[in-house]
Design a protein around this ligand. Structure first.
Ligand code: GDP
Length: 309
């Protein structure tokens, strides 16, 4: 990829897509389609076809598709599944039809089986049933992985999938009901502080373990994958460290100076017990994160205070 190559980031206005645009800019790429121009409705096949015809991108990041936390996925599974199926299939097929040189497809760690061995390696995909709380969204994302493989197998296209750890950071959703755990807990803690409540509610047992990646590191890792990854199996984008939800809640409580306590609502689902990605391949290729999880959480908490309070 040359510094002036034409690059399309599908989903450039969402949390992950915008981090890829920022990373591309940091790395000196100057010709980013999708930045500042109106993206077509990616669920509309004809609109996507016309967009590729008009803009002729050479490199594509497919970061589009609706995402949500464990609550949102259980509330509206058809919405998440259909949106992702439509957007990924339109982007991947039109990237092929218009001769895109390389495509990076953003999958999700919930594509791994519920009972997967840990840390999770790409060869464990499709070796067991999915976690029920996210199985519809995960099925759509698995389809995207397989579609890239199919285009690679049938046409020799350089279409590669990456599987990010759970992203967090400035710009995330801080919705207490529909966001992912870090955004939701930051919101709950600050709401409790404002209303002088002495506790927050954390869903589930607090025992699940998750592997988090700071959003700017994720954007950077996506650009790194575009520049360096040529493998046919998905590449995990992970630092390879996990933390329990209980420890995470305590870190966030300490960061905010909240004096109350965390109550665990056992009527809410835990989801997968552990999601830890094996990050060794990314590390072997030479990628390193720029920030520790603790510093990333601190930055995220400060950003929330400045932008949402
Ligand atoms: P997941 O990796 O798809 O399960 O993503 P989430 O970020 O939605 O949830 C991660 C874990 O945090 C799950 O075990 C949730 O039960 C737990 N959790 C605890 N409190 C919350 C909360 O307020 N919101 C969300 N989304 N998850 C929470």
């Amino acid at each position: 990829m040359e510094k002036n190559s034409k690059i399309f980031v599908a989903g450039s206005d969402n949390f992950i897509g915008s981090s890829i645009v920022r990373a591309l800019t940091r790395h000196g790429y100057t010709n980013i389609t999708g930045e500042g121009i109106k993206e077509p409705d990616l669920r509309d096949k004809e609109a996507v076809k016309q967009f590729f015809k008009d803009t002729k991108p050479e490199y594509v990041f497919s970061a589009a598709g609706e995402i949500g936390g464990i609550g949102a996925n259980q509330e509206t599974p058809a919405f998440f599944m259909l949106d992702n199926l439509l957007t990924e299939s339109h982007i991947i097929s039109e990237a092929h039809n218009s001769g895109v040189k390389k495509l990076i497809y953003l999958a999700s760690s919930c594509t791994y089986p519920k009972e997967s061995n840990q840390p999770m390696k790409p060869e464990y995909l499709m070796t067991g049933p999915l976690e029920p709380t996210s199985e519809f969204y995960a099925t759509a994302k698995l389809t995207g992985i397989k579609l890239c493989e199919a285009y690679m197998q049938q046409y020799g296209d350089s279409f590669h999938s990456v599987i990010p750890a759970n992203p967090f950071g400035p710009g995330d959703s801080f919705d207490a009901e529909n966001g992912h755990v870090i955004g939701a807990l930051i919101r709950k803690i600050h709401t409790a502080q404002q209303s002088r409540s002495d506790s927050i509610t954390v869903w589930g047992t607090g025992k699940p373990r998750r592997d988090f990646i700071f959003i700017d590191d994720l954007g950077d890792a996506c650009v790194f994958a575009m520049e360096n990854y040529t493998g046919s199996s998905p590449l995990n984008l992970s630092v390879g460290e996990d933390v329990s939800i209980r420890d995470l809640a305590n870190i966030l409580i300490n960061l905010s100076g909240f004096q109350g306590q965390a109550n665990y609502d056992l009527s809410k689902q835990d989801g997968m017990a552990i999601k830890l990605l094996d990050g060794s391949e990314l590390k072997n290729l030479g990628w390193r994160p720029s920030i520790s999880i603790e510093d990333g959480l601190d930055q995220t908490n400060k950003w929330f205070v400045e932008n949402h309070l």
